[in-house]
Design a protein around this ligand. Structure first.
Ligand code: ATP
Ligand code: MG
Ligand code: MG
Ligand code: MG
Length: 514
């Protein structure tokens, strides 16, 4: 019998709590309360960061959880591949188990294999594992202990593969706890023979061979001088992609064919009357455009619901706003149904609400927020398209629809046309670029696009100097006494101004836009 997603999640939690004495810890919100360095919670370990740093006590020596994760922006930005492949989402669940100074490599690997073979009934002949190959520069040896553990658990050496720092060495940041990891990959098409025979590399991120579970062994500390030393206590931090696991256990080649996504596809189809989802991908078919839209919309509906239910707001988080607007665009332009996104919320809640009750509790608020954002976005587009139409008559060569979506673009473009004759060397000066962002609200991306459209260059160095000067000045204006009495600050302002003046050639002094 095929396990449902719900049963798969429960099996994981039960295996570690009932069989192996772990304590269940609920998912934290996707809002990174405990870690201001990331835009969203992007891994199960985020809420335990202070435990690894030694500044908080562990909730228990052994912990298990399923964590809501978002990977949009920052070190892990999977947004651009979402919809293109079958196994990267903006929102996904990470199943994880932890040892805080308790068990280490041997037990962690043995438990992982026991779970996959036993309760999940996966043929170990489909698995490949990796280990850290060592790094001469860092002076860290290969993790042969890990290699030997997998050997002793029955893996042939040909399926235990060494990889370098990029894939198999984990670091929390520039300094702090770190260590080697081992990844478990699964072959979706074992009938094609061994990976080596197929000329393929584990870790290359292929649809027929995907990374399933990452087990990190935290045993070192990275010191401020870059050197590595041993940590007194050793920890284990693991993360398994839940949707990837569901795909394997339900014998599907893509996460989107599991019961986590198919109810969403049914909903999109019934509400919009579009042709049914066909499951084709861009790499294999050029008729995959509609299917890709199905995947992106279903993915984004989950991400938006999770974020809004956790109290994140689109006007406070531009990345969330971007994803939300993309989903609104697809609803309207691909599926010809403006309210489609908000109508998918109850289906997301049906598939995830049991595991994450906050999603059920906030369902109505989430729908209201999406409808509100829909109205804001629509008004913005209507008013800017009217102004844009006027500009188009004035400057018929301008025909970029994306730029139109940038609210302050029209007045910015008018001013650009007035000033451009003063720009030397076919280059938009840094202070004008700064004015575009500061006064008109353009993003760096949109002024680069404008420059491309007009075949001009941008003085980015000078623009960045303007940005840092503005930052220093605004810090200064926030000071209570208002005056400069801080010598270091005065010095920094002088330096920033000097950089600006140095870059100004005499002829450039004729203009000052800000
Ligand atoms: P990949 O190499 O496939 O991008 P990763 O190495 O970035 O994965 P980890 O940071 O090791 O991923 O996260 C642990 C697990 O979470 C991965 O082994 C994978 O199963 C899952 N995972 C990672 N990113 C995603 C995503 N965007 N969508 C769904 N599952 C993911
Ligand atoms: Mg990744
Ligand atoms: Mg990886
Ligand atoms: Mg990984």
């Amino acid at each position: 019998r095929v396990l449902t997603a719900r049963e798969i999640r429960k099996t994981f939690i039960d295996f570690f709590t009932v069989n192996h004495e772990h304590k269940f810890v609920r998912s934290s919100p996707v809002v990174p309360f405990c870690d201001p360095t990331v835009a969203f919670v992007n891994a199960g370990m985020n809420q335990f960061k202070s435990v690894f740093l030694g500044t908080a006590a562990a909730p228990h020596k052994r912990v298990v959880n399923s964590q809501k994760c978002v990977r949009v922006g920052g070190k892990h930005n999977d947004l651009s591949v979402v919809g293109q492949d079958g196994y990267h989402h903006t929102f996904f669940e990470m199943l994880g188990n932890w040892s805080f100074g308790d068990y280490f490599k041997q037990e962690a690997c043995a438990m992982a294999l026991e779970l996959l073979r036993g309760p999940y009934n996966i043929d170990p002949g489909r698995l490949y594992v990796t280990y850290f190959a060592g790094d001469k520069l860092l002076g860290i040896p290969a993790d042969m202990e890990c290699f030997e553990i997998w050997r002793s658990l029955g893996f042939p050496a040909s399926r235990i593969l060494p990889f370098g720092c990029k894939d198999n060495f984990w670091e929390m940041g520039a300094t702090g706890p770190c260590g080697p990891c081992t990844e478990i990959h699964i072959d979706h098409r074992p009938e094609l023979g061994s990976v080596a025979d197929r000329g393929k590399l584990v870790n290359a991120g292929r649809s027929d061979l995907t990374e399933l579970w990452n087990l990190v062994f935290i045993q070192y500390n990275r010191n401020p001088d870059g050197s590595i030393s041993q940590l007194p206590a050793h920890h284990v931090d693991t993360g398994m992609g839940f949707e990837r696991l569901a795909a394997i256990l339900q014998s599907k080649s893509s996460n989107y064919d599991t019961d986590l996504f198919s109810p969403l596809f049914d909903g999109i189809q019934q509400l919009s009357k579009a042709p049914v989802y066909g499951g084709s991908f861009p790499e294999t078919s050029n008729a995959a455009l509609l299917d890709t839209s199905y995947r992106i919309l279903a993915d984004h509906a989950r991400m938006v619901t999770a974020c809004l239910a956790d109290g994140m707001l689109p006007d406070q988080n531009q990345k969330l706003r971007r994803v939300l607007r993309k989903a609104l665009n697809i609803s309207e332009h691909v599926f010809a149904h403006e309210k489609l996104l908000s109508q998918l919320v109850p289906i997301v809640v049906e598939t995830l609400g049991e595991a994450y009750p906050e999603m059920s509790a906030k369902q109505e608020a989430v729908i209201d927020l999406i409808n509100h954002e829909h109205d804001v976005y629509k008004n913005l587009r209507e008013s800017s398209s009217k102004a844009f139409a006027e500009v188009l008559t004035e400057f018929p060569n301008l025909d970029d629809i994306d730029l139109m979506e940038c609210p302050g673009f029209v007045p910015a473009y008018r001013e650009f046309q007035v000033q451009r004759c003063k720009f030397p060397n076919n280059t938009i000066p840094g202070d004008f670029l700064y004015k575009l962002t500061d006064t008109y609200g353009l993003t760096e991306e949109s002024f680069l696009k404008l420059a491309e459209l007009e075949n001009m260059n941008c003085d980015l160095d000078r623009y960045r100097a303007e940005v840092s000067l503005a930052k220093i000045k605004s810090k200064e204006s926030q000071r209570e006494d208002g005056g400069i009495c801080d010598v270091a600050l005065e010095q920094r302002i002088a330096e920033a101004q000097a950089t600006l003046t140095k870059r100004l050639r005499p002829t450039d002094n004729s203009h000052k836009y800000v």
